[in-house]
Design a protein around this ligand. Structure first.
Ligand SMILES: [Zn+2]
Length: 439
């Protein structure tokens, strides 16, 4: 007994000494000192936030770790010095509540508390994108036990104003918002009716009523965008989110006309387009098939490419100079063609929805750099994809839906007016404010 307790004491003391000196030296009694050294060193240069600290009794210590690109939980735990047998036990128990293979993302954080045998006592996993669903593993008398922590997010409805200097993405980030909001505005809401690569002018204004989801006051992600209004020199559009009878939400202008069109203006995200080349005038670098009857969009390899309209995939595979390509047949005699893809994500005979991702940008076939070759063909004739919706009217909401739509619209516009009068960033819930619309 005496021998055992002496061993125990010396282990505790050794562990203590190692931890006290953790800032100065790499722990020496850990199984993989190189890995730990790289984890500690990596914390500084990779913006990682690994920390070491004592928790409660001196026999236990806690580490927090942020997952890096291509780092599995297994590798991360090994870097933290957890014993192999304990890693195996932890991952087995964790798998009951959390698919660690498919759901772990770089940026996710965890904390792990170990005893002197480097066995896990407590493990807490916090996904960066979905912090409302965390995972906690704790040791009790029967071993490790895992459970889900449901931590609901708070929703607040905000009015945000943007002033265009050069382009939309810069205006959004200059206002302290993230690129995710640019994507929603440019691709999801106005993707058929405003060409954000051409239309914006300095001084244009954009107003948005958007839900922000937070946890403990920290922004997590955007919820629904309830209204977006673009007031520009070349284009002026208001988009109001409204749920029709089928419960499906869509965007409508102030008269209740849909902003959806058969075709989106672009087959790739607004932020992904670095430049476009109309190769009627052959471009010296991105030369592809000749005679050239489409439009080429330079974009980074791997940028998603989506179907601009719903339809049926009639070709998906290698097509000569177009390399890996997809052809989709749409209602009303239209065909669209997407070339030079690095990856094809659909099959011939498959139905696709508008904005469904069908592949990724590449440089296959006759292409000297990554770009998307895109064509719209109507009854054998090539059309300009960027003007395809000119003069096209959106579908009108049913008369029966108009009273509810008008009230939603009035409440949201009232929030914009309140903001313009200087009533602060966080406005009231539209559900309550439409009980007393201004005017
Ligand atoms: Zn081309």
């Amino acid at each position: 007994m005496r021998g055992r307790s002496r061993v125990w004491l010396s282990l505790v003391l050794a562990c203590l000494a190692v931890l006290v000196l953790a800032h100065l030296a790499v722990p020496q009694d850990q199984p993989a000192p190189d890995a730990i050294a790289s984890a500690v060193a990596g914390g500084a240069d990779a913006g990682n936030s690994d920390t070491w600290e004592f928790v409660g009794p001196l026999s236990a210590f806690e580490q927090t770790h942020t997952l890096r690109a291509n780092e599995s939980i297994y590798v991360a735990l090994k870097r933290c010095g957890v014993a192999d047998a304990s890693i195996a036990e932890l991952t087995r128990v964790l798998a009951r509540v959390f698919d660690t293979r498919s759901r772990c993302r770089p940026g996710d954080r965890f904390s792990v508390t170990m005893d002197v045998d480097r066995a896990v006592q407590c493990f807490h996993y916090m996904p960066e994108e979905t912090p409302e669903r965390q995972f906690l593993v704790e040791r009790d008398t029967d071993g490790l036990r895992a459970r889900v922590l449901d931590l609901p997010l708070e929703t607040s409805t905000c009015v945000v104003e943007f002033q265009i200097e050069d382009n939309l993405a810069n205006a959004v980030t200059a206002a302290g918002e993230t690129d995710a909001l640019t994507d929603i505005i440019a691709d999801d809401i106005f993707g058929s009716v405003i060409d954000f690569t051409r239309n914006p002018r300095q001084g244009d204004r954009l107003s948005v009523v958007v839900e922000k989801l937070t946890q403990d006051g920290v922004f997590v992600r955007y919820g629904r965008v309830l209204l977006a209004r673009y007031q520009g020199q070349t284009v002026h559009r208001t988009a109001v989110r409204f749920e029709g009878e089928a419960g499906r939400a869509a965007y409508y202008d102030e008269q209740g006309r849909s902003l959806t069109r058969q075709f989106m203006l672009y087959a790739l995200p607004y932020r992904g387009i670095t430049s476009r080349f109309n190769l009627r005038r052959l471009h010296p670098v991105l030369r592809c098939v000749r005679p050239h009857l489409g439009t080429d969009y330079a974009a980074a390899a791997g940028t998603p490419v989506w179907a601009t309209a719903h339809g049926l995939v009639v070709e998906a595979g290698w097509m000569g100079g177009l390399g890996k390509a997809v052809v989709i047949r749409h209602p009303n005699g239209y065909l669209t063609r997407y070339g030079h893809l690095s990856t094809i994500l659909v099959r011939k005979g498959q139905q696709v929805q508008q904005k469904q991702i069908i592949g990724r940008v590449g440089a296959t076939g006759l292409a000297t750099g990554p770009h998307l070759h895109y064509e719209i063909i109507a009854n054998g004739r090539h059309l300009n994809p960027e003007t395809i919706n000119k003069g096209m009217a959106g579908e009108q909401l049913a008369a029966s839906a108009m009273p509810a739509f008008r009230s939603t619209c009035a409440a949201l516009l009232a929030m914009l007016r309140e903001r313009e009068l200087g009533d602060g960033a966080v406005a009231a819930d539209p559900e309550s404010s439409h009980l007393s619309p201004a005017e």
